[in-house]
Design a protein around this ligand. Structure first.
Ligand SMILES: *Cc1c(COP(=O)(O)O)cnc(C)c1O
Length: 345
């Protein structure tokens, strides 16, 4: 029962990658202690500590909304606030979960053309109000890679974290597509997290090739105090934790996480390059990760849909194509071919 031919509407349309699948099967071989007391959970956390070259605290939750909301809640009291870009997933796609799980910490929205925060934009918000009547800024959240497929360089992150330190703000990273950012930059995970001043990272597994699961990684271990209770209360403590952890072991042990992200990014570049010369079709954002955002006329969009292609336009009106670990070059080329045909209508 295959649902649909391969589509690039979202990177979470893809199935489970072989490495995650095989590790899940290995974890399924017998019994194991529950609630994270098993060897798979230990191995996955140790794998992250090796990957990040740091003695970080690692937690496994079911999805990105929970990861972000609980991580931000760990940084804030209810009277605090969190600076984010206006297009940030925490603001636009989490149904108020960050505010809910923090008992009211307000998101403060910075205007941003490309989805990235700048030190100037954060400073403007952090310094705008310092009186008792306004929620006190306590954290900044960046999305790496951003919702529009842009990537923060290590230098950009370091500049943001310098400002955070100056202002007493904590730095959180929504890394639903963290692997794609690493692949894009050729940087190590450490270089674009704790070495650049990130305090806590939500590392996305789902869009990287797993069925389910995100890792919440605290580089400042003090911030992780009681985080296990937070997870449990939020319904995010898996009793058969080994099934959240084992896929990570499979992803990390031979570098599948990075290999898949490189393939996804290369597929985006492949599409972008094959439509670059088309009159009437422009990129709405430079392609830096695994997404392509195309400005297409309404008739061209309709013609493309009529040919069976699915895509979203909810971010700024451009047609979004996202590529995952399994992107088939023939399907990418077929999409490029159809965009070429439809651009003329
Ligand atoms: C997909 C995504 C998430 C996680 O979303 P869930 O549906 O809650 O797993 C978080 N941040 C960004 C930027 C995303 O694209």
């Amino acid at each position: 029962m295959t649902d649909i031919p391969q589509q690039f509407a979202s990177d979470n349309y893809a199935g489970i990658c072989p490495e995650a699948w095989a590790a899940t099967a290995r974890a399924n071989a017998g019994h194991a202690p529950a609630y994270g007391a098993d060897s798979w959970t230990q191995a996955a956390a140790d794998g992250f500590r090796r990957l990040f070259e740091a003695d970080c605290e690692v937690f496994f939750v079911f999805n990105g909304t929970a990861a972000n909301a609980l991580a931000l809640a760990a940084l804030c009291q209810s009277y605090h606030s969190v600076v984010c870009a206006e297009s940030a997933h925490v603001e636009t796609d989490e149904c108020g979960a960050p505010e809910f799980f923090s008992n009211g910490s307000k998101l403060l929205i910075a205007p941003s053309a490309d989805g990235k925060l700048t030190p100037a934009a954060v400073r403007a918000i952090a310094e705008k109000r310092t009186d008792i009547h306004f929620p006190k800024p306590r954290a900044v959240t960046v999305t790496q890679a951003t919702e529009t497929g842009r990537v923060y360089t290590p230098a950009e992150l370091a500049a943001l974290s310098d400002l955070c330190r100056e202002k007493g703000l904590r730095l959180h990273m929504d890394g639903a597509r963290f692997a794609n950012a690493c692949a894009s930059l050729g940087a190590t995970p450490a270089e674009i997290t704790w070495k650049a001043g990130v305090d806590v990272l939500c590392f996305g597994g789902t869009k990287n090739g797993m069925a389910i699961g995100e890792a919440v990684i605290f580089f400042d271990r003090a911030l992780a105090a009681d985080f296990d209770y937070r997870c449990k209360q939020a319904g995010q403590l898996a009793s058969k934790m080994r099934y959240l952890a084992a896929p990570w072991v499979g992803m990390l042990e031979d570098g599948a996480w990075l290999r898949h992200a490189r393939h996804a990014n290369a597929s985006a570049t492949r599409l972008a390059e094959s439509v670059a010369d088309l009159p009437g079709v422009t990129l709405a954002a430079p392609v830096e990760a695994n997404g392509v955002f195309l400005n297409l006329s309404e008739p061209a969009q309709a013609a493309l849909r009529a040919r069976g292609w699915q895509f979203y336009t909810f971010i700024g009106g451009a047609a979004r194509f996202m590529f995952a670990w399994d992107a088939d070059p023939e399907r990418v080329d077929a999409l490029a071919h159809d965009i070429r045909a439809c651009a003329r209508v």
